[in-house]
Every structure is written in C-alpha cells, then in structure tokens.
Design a protein around this ligand. Structure first.
Ligand code: NDP
Length: 324
C-alpha cells in the first residue's frame, strides 16, 4: 500500500481508505463489518471514515465495537467522523455547524467510537445559517481540547473553504486541511476545476468519495438490477434516479470494453483512474461484501496500465472533461 500526505498536513494516509456509508449498522451484519475492517487493515489501509448521520449513529457504534474487539494499537490507524446532519434528532439544536451541535456531536462520536480523539473531523456540508467564523472557532476549540487532530470540510465550495482559511489566519486558529468531495469518472468538476488553485495556495488534501458512483462503475447495473444492490434500495431511489440514466449506462458499457482491452476490469480501472489524480490524498472505498473489497484493493496495480493513450480513450468515452 502506498501512503500519501493529506495535502500539506503531515498525516500519512493510505491511498485507499475505507468508509461505512449505507453499510455499517444498516445493510450488513456486525460480523461482515468486522471482516471488512480486518481485510482493509491487514492490507495496509490506515484510514477509516464515518459520520454521525450514518445509520443515525449506529455506524459509529459498530466501528467502535469492532475497534475495541480487534484491539489494534491506536497509533496504527486514523479515524474520522463528520458533523452536520445529526444522528436522528429532528430539533434545530441537533444538527448544523453551530457551536452547540459541533461540541455535542463530537462528544457523541467519541463515545460511540470508543476513542479519545478523532484524527480528522469533517463539517459534512456547509451550514448557510451559521457564520463560518463560529464554525472555525468551534473546530479550533475541539482541537485545543485534544478531541480532534485535524479538521476538514465535505462538499464545501472553494470560496467557503477559502473563507474558513482567512478567518483561521486572521485569528491564529487551526484551519481546515482537507475536503471530502465526490470524485469519479462521472463526477469531476469540483476536484478538477473548482479546487485547482487551492491545492497549492492552502495545501488542500482530498479524501474522495464514491469512486464507483455507488457501484454503477462496476458495470453490474448494465446487466439488469438485482434486488440486493445499493441502487435498488428503496430509501436510495433519489440516488438511483441520479445515476441510473441511459447516458451513464452507455458510457459504462464502452468503459467495460476498454477495461477488458487493457487486461483489467472496469471496477479496478475506475478506482485506479481516481488514484491517477495527484491531488487525491486517498480514495475512500465502500463495500458490502468481503469479495468486493478484496477485489477493489488490487486497483493500484492497474494505475500503470492507464497510459496517456488509455487516458485519452477514457476521455473520448466520458466526454465530460471539465473546462479549466
Ligand atoms: P463506491 O462508489 O465505491 O460504492 C460502494 C458500493 O458499490 C458498495 O457498497 C457496493 O454496493 C458496490 N461495490 C463496491 N465494490 C464492488 C465490486 N467489486 N463489485 C460489485 N459491487 C461493488 O463508494 P461509496 O459511495 O460507498 O463511498 C465510499 C465512502 O465515501 C463511504 O463509505 C463514505 O465513508 C464516504 N462518503 C462520503 C460522502 C460525503 O458526503 N462526505 C458521501 C458518500 C460517501 P452494493 O453491494 O450494495 O451494490
């Protein structure tokens, strides 16, 4: 496993990491979740991602129980969680990026994960109803209290990230070092264009999500949808409507042929394509089955196959290169 820096931050993260959205505390059993964590850890993954909203806190609880059971040394892995959406409560005090929720959500995450500190704490979305200044101060205070080591944003705009940086610089506070955006062959704008300046200026790191566009880029939805696939889950209709469109399925079918031509499969090629981008610190993998994770962990072997010529063929299929 190769390790990369989280932007300008010193923390080394494995180029592939593992997240729990939809799966932990929801789609899969505790035993399967444990098997997945063990496979990930034993293959060199050192970064595990979570969020208060995932299964309304259950995902953090499951990960916490697994970490306790396996007993890995705390200095051998990094763990993240995210604040914004709450963990099921419907009251206005129970979500957002105001000082009260940030403090309470962090304490809840630490309790559920059974750890003393989070390595990275993400603001899961921007909160338009709270001044960014209050959020920056609140994250700084968690850092000062020893509850988090680094903090970052998820799906914030470049402008919002820069505003947080300017506030932090003005008051000598710890600013955000990492953003967690969606990044895959079908979703490129933010990573390739919007953030292009701030990789250098503020040294932004990226932990990118949905490398397989929720499984679409495995090609399995091109053969008819099976009941147990993510995009067939009733609560994820909105995600299926966004992804399972004719244009995407046509591109996937051409990508499947290209992957075969270069001697691999689309799943690994799609993950390797994310790894090719040097601004990506780590590609967050998701899996509902151990075989999936074992398969996906071989994606780095495919990076050398993505020559300039192959990358051009991919561009010709995707036809979505963002304008710089
Ligand atoms: P992917 O796009 O890689 O989707 C993962 C899903 O695809 C799996 O759960 C599985 O679903 C299917 N899959 C994976 N590998 C295979 C395979 N080899 N063969 C067939 N199917 C496969 O990643 P995620 O969307 O899960 O994102 C990864 C992580 O990123 C999340 O767990 C979370 O930590 C983070 N994230 C962050 C977000 C944010 O807003 N910050 C938003 C979303 C994710 P199934 O078997 O059910 O079909």
């Amino acid at each position: 496993m190769e390790y990369r820096k989280l932007g300008k931050a010193g923390l080394p993260v494995s180029q592939l990491s593992f997240g729990t959205w939809i799966t932990f505390g929801n789609q899969i059993s505790y035993e399967t979740a444990k098997e997945l964590m063990v496979i990930a850890y034993e293959s060199g993954i050192n970064f595990f991602d979570n969020a208060e909203i995932y299964a309304n806190g259950r995902s953090e609880e499951v990960m916490g129980s697994i970490l306790k059971e396996v007993g890995w040394s705390r200095d051998s892995y990094a763990i993240s969680s995210k604040v914004f959406f709450g963990s099921g409560g419907k009251l206005p005090t129970q979500r957002g990026l105001h000082r009260k929720h940030i403090r309470e959500a962090c304490d809840d995450a630490l309790r559920r994960l059974q750890v003393d500190y989070l390595d990275i704490y993400f603001c899961h979305r921007p909160d338009k109803s709270t001044p960014i200044e209050e959020t920056v101060w609140s994250m700084h205070q968690l850092f000062m209290a020893g509850k988090i080591l680094y903090w970052g944003t998820s799906e914030w705009s470049a402008q919002e990230i820069m505003e947080a940086h300017m506030i932090a610089a003005r008051h000598n506070l710890i600013g955000p070092v990492v953003e967690q955006p969606q990044y895959n062959m079908l979703h490129r704008q933010k990573v390739e264009v919007e953030f292009s300046q701030i990789y250098k200026t503020v040294g932004l790191g990226l932990t990118t999500w949905s490398p397989l566009a929720s499984g679409l880029l495995t090609g399995k939805y091109n053969n008819g949808i099976k009941e147990n696939y993510r995009l067939k889950r009733a609560e994820l209709n909105w995600l299926a409507e966004r992804n399972l469109v004719e244009e995407n399925l046509t591109k996937v079918s051409e990508l499947l042929n290209l992957a075969r031509e270069i001697g691999t499969d689309l799943t690994r090629m799609a993950i390797a394509w994310c790894l090719k981008n040097p601004n990506v610190s780590t590609v967050l993998l998701g899996a509902s089955k151990p075989e999936q994770l074992k398969h996906n962990l071989k994606a780095p072997d495919v990076v050398p196959l993505l020559t300039e010529e192959v990358m051009e063929k991919i561009e010709n299929i995707l036809k979505n290169k963002p304008i710089q």
